[in-house]
Design a protein around this ligand. Structure first.
Ligand code: V47
Length: 366
């Protein structure tokens, strides 16, 4: 699409001034962000985001061959949106031993897996050594694999158990095999929302401070926002802006992933789930507001696959990976498969009109 057509389409949707900034590569303001959330024509918002996406990545769409391991569902944070957490003695509660984690890796040795994504609940009785042991257990079975593990919230707990500052703990985790950090646990930085739905979890400022330390230790991380529950458009824009400001400082975020709320089996089961149009808009807002983060991921596991395919024309350039055994979203009612074959993922991307590129965790082409 030419710039003229983009501008005239945006003007008809009342987004002319924002479109001019997009074309001129100017940073969008908080007011622009709220206007994009409130714009009735979501497709016009998507076209702006697609313009930015194609300017950065052309027709390329990234995926990887990965494996998820959720090593425990024991958690003391009691987030009201979460259906995965358990307390000891509750039905289904588990904590994998390092040997069980190793067994999960061994079970996929026949697949060309390049990454393990390892996150879990926060349980204070788990000793510091356990975290080092599960990293070493993975590397002992598959030395070449990249370990993307431990959200900022888990890292906070790990440092508490180590009784050392995070700055000293991170090099030890890296030595044991940690390669990068996933984006979870950020939820929405708004203190109002935190008090109502996850008051035991780190505050937004704390999450950002841990991410800063992670980046300063030389690790890349991802970042997320959990959307579609009780947060307002202004609170979402504030969240995106705070990610953008930290990125200006550290440059350590490589991918942004909006996570749409899945209400089933959670304490917030009465809150309606976001619609497909909400998911498309959220991807577009991420692409338009986060002008300094290279990638935007449509995590196919939490969307219907056709929605993830559409997201590739609404700002996303990545769909995550093959996954294998996902628990957090399937406990919360996701009906997508838990695993997909590499060839199927490639076909989904081709069917969406994009060129599939297999990447490793740090976006090296495989
Ligand atoms: O931290 C939990 C969220 C996150 C629900 O970095 C929920 O590449 C919606 O962060 N409805 C974990 N969201 C998943 C995550 C992630 C996923 C894929 C890729 C990457 C990456 C990161 O899921 C949690 C929390 O924010 N979450 N329960 C729920 N019911």
């Amino acid at each position: 699409m030419t710039a003229e057509r983009l501008l005239s389409r945006a003007r008809r949707a009342g987004l002319g001034e924002i479109a001019e900034k997009v074309v001129a590569r100017e940073r969008l303001s908080l007011e622009d962000g709220v206007a994009l959330y409130r714009a009735p024509d979501v497709h016009a918002v998507g076209e702006l985001a697609n313009w930015v996406r194609e300017r950065r990545h052309g027709d390329l769409a990234y995926f990887n061959v990965n494996q998820h391991i959720n090593y425990t569902n024991l958690c003391n944070k009691l987030c009201r949106f979460c259906a995965f957490q358990r307390l000891p003695g509750q039905e289904g509660a588990y904590l994998m031993t390092p040997e069980q984690v190793a067994e999960k890796i061994r079970a996929q040795l026949h697949e060309p897996v390049t990454e393990v994504h390892m996150v879990a609940g926060v349980w204070p009785k788990i000793p510091y050594e356990y975290y080092l042991d599960i990293l070493r257990a993975v590397k002992a079975v598959r030395p070449q694999i990249h370990i993307k593990a431990f959200t900022m919230v888990e890292l906070d707990q790990i440092a508490k158990k180590a009784r050392k500052p995070l700055e000293e703990v991170l090099p030890e985790l890296i030595e044991a095999g940690l390669g990068s950090v996933p984006g979870g646990g950020a939820e929405v930085f708004s203190e109002r929302v935190r008090q109502e739905t996850y008051h035991l979890k780190n505050s937004g400022d704390e999450w950002l401070e841990i991410a800063r330390k992670v980046h300063q230790a030389g690790l890349r991380s991802n970042c997320t926002m959990l959307h579609g529950h009780i947060e307002t458009p202004a609170e979402r824009v504030d969240h995106l802006d705070r990610l953008r400001l930290l990125q200006d400082e550290t440059g350590g975020f490589q991918t942004y992933i909006p996570l749409s709320f899945h209400p089933d089996n959670s304490e917030m089961a009465d809150v309606p789930a976001p619609t497909a149009l909400d998911e498309l808009r959220e991807i577009a807002l991420g692409r338009l507001m986060l002008d300094n983060i290279q990638h935007v991921k449509a995590y196919w596991i939490l969307m219907d696959v056709p929605v993830a395919q559409l997201c590739l024309s609404y700002g996303a350039d990545d769909v995550d990976g093959t996954v294998v055994e996902e628990k957090i979203y399937h406990d919360a009612g996701a009906t997508t498969p838990q695993e997909v074959q590499r060839e199927e993922l490639i076909q989904w991307i081709r069917d969406a009109g994009r060129i599939p590129i297999e990447r490793d965790t740090l976006y090296g082409v495989v």
